[in-house]
Ligand binder design. Structure first.
Ligand code: G6P
Length: 478
């Protein structure tokens, strides 16, 4: 696993799918670099749906990927410009540290993420003060650094695929610097409606929407989010660009390979020992406010209270792992999650039964093993752009497991007919949905699991990639 300086000269040939050259632009890239003993950057492929889905489509092609330098290794690697690493042509950008912190923590994570997911508790947040105004300036500068890098690296006439809320203003600068490029923006989040947008300063809201409108098209995982984007533009007098809906999907081959790893088999054996012949309720999530972990635990509590027959007979594997720990909201949430788990284990646990299994380490093989073994999968976000876990579960599960799915997840649009849909705010309804899923007769489970699998296989990551490129070429859905 060594990286080497790539040829920084732009390639201009198409890939074997017939696409023009593509430059992907995202805050978190496909590769992260750590430093070896001699202080040289060593590449490692990142985890996550986007990379595992797009990896096979992008590696060993002329396509390039530009992302922020997140850790120290990434910053050192940034000095080399565009490099070949793990088959990717990738460039990390060492943005000024304080600008990056202000843009990422204050604007992206503590504001835009909250706005798009409807997470603010309005009595205190957001606090749009002078510091916030300075952070917005930093957000502009970070977007400018990305735009300059794309302008330098993109081949003539390339398609530029800009990902997510971190980078809403890149296309506006590129329109001046490189009018030959065709930029598409894709949001992996939900999108804020006109009322949500009032939680931003008017000028910032206008600038953000105008920045998105400078793309040839804007894509979303669900029609709901596209409509909210259009409504927010209309409410602010911004003419929206073309929109398109293109849900991402997990790569079944990548998942199969992960399931076949020794580490996954070993994690599975450990789970078998702990769960034994009890029923297994599972969730796999970042420790993330929008994922609604607390109501999931409260629903489990109510299940045990209302249905005593499940006491001692079901284990809740909550495989949740830390995220965005620079934010006080996330640290406080993690604390609350830990306390809740401890309280419920104290309340219901017995000498030979720990109701909730959760150690909060990021252990991918264990998550894959758990998704292979669940009887019921709980996916209950308060709002979610898509949620790939529901599809990953459908593809990995070996036990005809049932899925309890929030109606507020974008993926609900695709899977509605085969899941137990729940209003994520309704703890009692969630408890009852888990109960129904646990009791579902074997033939019904089998029928639904087969249908879920069929739906999850209905699209490929290639479809998602192609649809973005088609949208850039002005042929949405083409
Ligand atoms: C969501 C966003 C991504 C982001 C990921 C992890 O899925 O849509 O853009 O990369 O969360 O968040 P992080 O802040 O750790 O990159």
């Amino acid at each position: 696993m060594t990286d080497h300086r790539g040829d920084p000269a732009p390639h201009s040939t198409a890939d074997d799918r017939g696409h023009p050259p593509v430059v992907l632009v995202s805050n978190r890239g496909p590769i992260s670099f750590s430093l070896d003993d001699a202080g040289r950057p060593e590449p490692r492929r990142g985890a996550g749906g986007l990379v595992s889905g797009l990896g096979p489509l992008v590696v060993d092609t002329p396509h390039a990927w530009i992302a922020a330098a997140l850790g120290e290794g990434d910053r050192v690697a940034a000095a080399d410009g565009m490099v070949e690493a793990e088959g990717f042509r990738v460039r990390t950008l060492a943005v000024d540290r304080s600008d990056f912190a202000a843009a990422y923590d204050v604007v992206c994570n503590a504001t835009l993420w909250f706005v798009h997911h409807g997470l603010f508790e309005a009595a205190r947040r957001p606090r749009l003060d002078r510091r916030w105004g300075q952070a917005w300036e930093a957000y502009r500068r970070v977007n400018r650094v990305f735009a300059d890098a794309v302008a330098e690296d993109a081949p003539e006439g390339a398609v530029v695929l800009v990902q997510d809320y971190h980078l809403c203003l890149v296309a506006s600068t590129l329109a001046d610097l490189r009018p030959d490029l065709r930029c598409v923006h894709f949001s992996h989040t939900p999108f804020a409606g006109p009322d949500d947008f009032r939680a931003l300063p008017d000028a910032a809201a206008d600038e953000l929407l105008a920045g998105m409108a400078d793309h040839v098209a804007c894509g979303f995982h669900s029609r709901r989010w596209a409509e909210r984007f259009e409504a927010s533009c209309a409410a602010r007098g911004v003419t929206p660009p073309a929109t398109f809906v293109s849900p991402l999907t997990s790569d079944p081959d990548d998942l199969t390979a992960s399931a076949a790893l020794d580490a996954t088999a070993e994690a599975g054996r450990r789970l078998d020992e702990i769960v034994g012949d009890r029923r297994f309720l599972v969730r796999v999530d970042r420790i993330e406010l929008s994922k609604n972990l607390l109501r999931g635990f409260w629903a489990f509590d109510e299940l045990l209270e209302q249905h005593p027959e499940w006491r001692g007979n079901v284990v809740f594997g909550a495989f949740v792992y830390p995220s965005r720990e620079g934010l006080v909201e996330y640290l406080a949430y993690r604390q609350e999650v830990e306390t809740t788990v401890a309280e419920l284990n104290e309340r219901w646990g017995t000498d030979d039964w720990t109701p909730i299994l959760s150690d909060m380490g990021d252990d991918y093989p264990r998550s894959v093993a758990a998704l292979g073994r669940y009887d019921v999968l709980l996916v209950n976000p308060v709002r979610d752009g898509l949620n790939l876990v529901a599809k990953e579960g459908a593809l990995l599960n070996q036990r005809d497991g049932a899925v309890v799915l929030s109606t507020e997840a974008g993926v609900y649009d695709e899977l509605a007919a085969t899941v137990e849909g729940v209003n994520p705010f309704d703890v009692s309804a969630t408890a009852e949905a888990i109960d129904r899923a646990l009791r579902m007769p074997a033939d019904e489970r089998r029928r639904r699991a087969a249908e879920l699998r069929r739906l999850a296989l209905g699209r490929t990551p290639g479809d998602w990639f192609d649809e973005q490129v088609q949208a850039a070429l002005g042929r949405p859905g083409g």
